[in-house]
Structures are given as C-alpha cells and as structure tokens.
Design a protein around this ligand. Sequence first.
Ligand code: AFP
Length: 330
Amino acid sequence: MRPTTLTKFLITRQRDGKIDADLRLLIETCARACKAISIQVNKGKLIGAGDVLGTQNVQNEAQKRLDVLSNEILIEANEWGGSLAAVASEEMEAPVPIPLPHPRGQYLLLIDPLDGSSNIDINISVGSIFSVLRCPEGVSEPDEKAFLQPGREQVAAGFALYGPSTLLLITVGDGTHGFMLDPYVGSFVQTQSDIRIPEDTSEFAINASNMRRWEPPIKRYIDECLAGQDGVRGRDFNMRWVASMVADVYRVLSRGGIFMYPRDAKNTEGRLRLMYEANPMAMIVEQAGGAATDGNQRILDVQPKRLHQRIGVVLGSKNEVERVTSYHAA
Ligand code: AFP
C-alpha cells in the first residue's frame, strides 16, 4: 500500500470533520516551512548558521543566524494563506498581526522557530516547535492578550526535529503522529501512527549541573533514580540530556522516559517558555498517553499571564510524572 503523506493525513481529518480547511492549510504551511529550515540547518557552517549576529531576542539571548532565518521562514510562509490572524514567536517581543493586504483568518500561531540554538554549531539535532490557538471571537487586532489562553485551548501542536532524518510530530487532538521527510520526493511520509508513551520508564533527562538549585521534591526523585537497584526504586536508571527539548521529547515519545526542566533557585519561574515550548509539547505528550506538569499542576491548565512567561516542566511516562507530582504534594 502507498505510504500516507502528510497531505493525505490532513485531508482525511478534514473530511472527518476533525479540522477545517484553514487549519489543514496552516499545518501544511508550517510543515513546508520546516522543510526549508531543514535545508538551512544542513548547510550549517557553510552559511554561518551558528554565527552570533550581535542582536538579542526578547529573552535577552544572543540571536544566531539560524534563529533569525528560521523565524523569517516561518513568518513569511504563514502570512499570505488566510488562516492566521497573528503570529507570536520566541524571537519577537510582541505578536505580529497578519499585515494587509493579506487576508486574516481565525487562528493564532505561536512558534519557537529554532529550539536548541546552543547545539547549532556543534552539529547536534535542533528543531522548530509550533502551537495553534483560535483567535477569540470579535478580536480584529489580536494583541498579546488574545494569545493568553491555557494550553488546553490548543487546536493543534507540532514540532520538527532536524536530525539524521527530518521528522515532523503533530497532533490535532486525536493522537500524536510522526512523519519523516522523504528527501527524494520532498514529502513528509507517515512513519508513526497514534504514538503511545510507555507508562513506566527507567530513563530520566535533566540538566544535572543545576542540582544544587533544585527544590527538594526534584532532588528526592533524582537521588532515588541514582540510588538505582540499591535504593527504594529497586532498579537502575539511565540518564540522557541533549539540550534540545525537541530531541529529548522525541526520545520520550519513541521509548518512554521523563524529561525535566524544573524551576529552581536560579530560574524561579522555570527556564522553558510556556506558550511555545511547554504547551505544544504537553499537548503532544498527553495525546500520546503521557503526562505533563509543572511539578504541581497540569501544564495545559495553566492560565498564562505573559506571552513569554517561563514554567517548570516535568513530562513523559505517566507513572513517573505522577510520582514526581506526588513528591511535590507531600
Ligand atoms: P536554546 O534554544 O536557547 O538552546 O534553549 C533550548 C532549550 O530551551 C530546550 O530546548 C532545552 O531543553 C533547554 O533549553 C536546554 O537548556 P540548558 O542549556 O540549560 O541545558
């Protein structure tokens, strides 16, 4: 049987009434932009992808050429289609309403155009993350306030992973599905259907250099993992940390695991951004049978206060996330 392409996958969901034509076009446009970004990622030092440009983003982080290029590619790809009312990005302080003469649509797009920037110049996988919300009724000039919706309001979420293969993981609310770019044809072909994250795991992902800053429940959980079979867990654990959320989350989707970037004494809100990192990843993980909290509460229930606010993240295999959450409640 011929493989299912992303277009066929989306047309099928449109026919089933799960998505409308505007959302289908929006997802396809993001996927096409990710193909273009993938090509730039692969050019690496040939285009100075990791060169610092001397500018800073709203997070006061030095912008690299690929950060800016990826943002431009995603913005330009999405501004003329008519699906969107506005776009918000990690790389831009304020949301950008779709400019006239382009028609505006009913959706809001939030992007982390290049996740894992610290890995660009060492040739380690990076990615792009996107989240889709509905523009509130009657809002003709969407500003930051229009975007401040809890993650449970997302109608779609996805990320691209620019690794040995270029992958696209998406959900429109009926499971999480994986696609791989066939570079010979130029299409995303479905390779994973209705991904299920194992509820148990013996693999954790955390930046252990922050250990001295962790809150007690996190310290307790990691100490127990490190104690292995000699401790209360009765089994040994493995550790991974890529420093690209997209790569760590894809590993969790593929074989289970728990990914943690908790708030700590230095990053008291957390390091990861709620609106365009934690929320889309939380939807993707929950749709695959996993769980995602900030240590205390479900990430998708958090009411955002600011577009670029940060949050602690504990996500992945359901039983392990619930254990960490129970330690916070103890
Ligand atoms: P950059 O895009 O600035 O490299 O940040 C990546 C990220 O937001 C997320 O993808 C990683 O999991 C996390 O930060 C890595 O943070 P550390 O560099 O502190 O380990």
